[in-house]
Design a protein around this ligand. Structure first.
Ligand code: PAF
Length: 283
């Protein structure tokens, strides 16, 4: 695996790989867990070479968020990627990604409204901006993202369409299903912040979502079912529920009832850690 931290070396490395097949990019912020490695393995099935980026992107963290505390473990991450047969690790510093004088921002409206877009103002601008830059830097044939960040995936797909970003693969912005621990909790780098008690209580989140989905599928009205879901989480030790909402899976528009393309989205905080999850509602 070649690790590069500067743009001229990246261009050279990408040119060499490109002369020799297709490239799938897996953008990450590091602290790699099995969820990320699933993306890497999926990428290896779809392209000749896998490139991974590790960049903790300051522009997608709001004030008071965990930018400084965000786990940074490049040596450990690098060993994991090497073992997966990754061809290229792109690990730029902040000064390379946003050199002095940097002044451009990409803002995607519509799909970024509500949910995490409401709770974390500017977050999706930061994501869209860095992902657009990563696409331009690595020029991949395709890129893979986890469906745990479903709204992020919708924002990136919209941005790529709107800005005519050309990624040649037919399924260029490829979503990969959520990887869950045996108790159902979606894998996340932030799970590392949970104490053993909070980790155990956190498994209430996917269970309560499944119950809510079963009720909505049974024809119960969404609003009282979602209120019940919130009470369940607060009763299990969550300190706050940021949102528990039914939305259209593609447009991310709010729904009062299942429209045949519905997804349940939840963000809730436990012991200071914000967990998000989403599940398909429509059978
Ligand atoms: O999902 C993430 O880890 C980040 O939001 C991404 C896509 C790597 C952009 O920084």
């Amino acid at each position: 695996m070649q690790t590069v931290t500067a743009l001229p070396q990246l261009r050279q490395a990408v040119d060499e790989l490109r002369g020799n097949g297709s490239i799938a990019l897996v953008p990450t912020m590091g602290a790699l867990h099995d969820g990320h490695l699933t993306l890497v393995r999926e990428a290896a099935k779809l392209a000749s070479h896998v490139a991974v980026s590790i960049f903790v992107n300051p522009r997608q963290f709001g004030e008071g968020e965990d930018l400084d505390a965000y786990p940074r473990q490049l040596a450990e991450d690098s060993a994991k990627l090497e073992a997966e047969g990754v061809a290229l690790l792109w690990a730029p510093g902040v000064d390379v990604m946003y050199p002095q004088g940097y002044a451009t921002n990409i803002s995607v409206s519509g799909v970024s409204a509500g949910l995490c877009g409401a709770d974390r103002p500017g977050h999706f601008d930061g994501v869209a901006t860095v992902v657009c830059k990563l696409f331009n830097q690595v020029r991949p044939d395709m890129a893979l993202f986890g469906e745990k960040d479903w709204q992020q995936l919708a924002v990136i797909r919209r941005m790529a369409r709107d800005l005519d970003l050309v990624l040649p693969h037919v399924d260029a912005i490829h979503g990969v299903p959520i990887v869950r621990d045996p108790d159902g909790l979606a894998m996340s780098s932030r799970n590392a912040y949970l104490s053993p008690e909070h980790r155990e209580a956190a498994a209430t989140l996917p269970r309560a979502m499944d119950e809510a989905i079963a009720r909505i599928r049974d024809g119960q009205e969404a609003a009282p079912v979602l209120a019940m879901l919130e009470d369940q989480l607060l009763g299990a030790g969550f300190g706050r529920v940021d949102y528990a909402e039914l939305r259209d899976a593609d447009s991310i528009a709010p729904l009062a009832a299942d429209n045949g393309n519905a997804r349940l989205f939840v963000a809730a905080r436990i012991g200071g850690t914000r967990l998000i999850d989403n599940k398909k509602v429509s059978p």
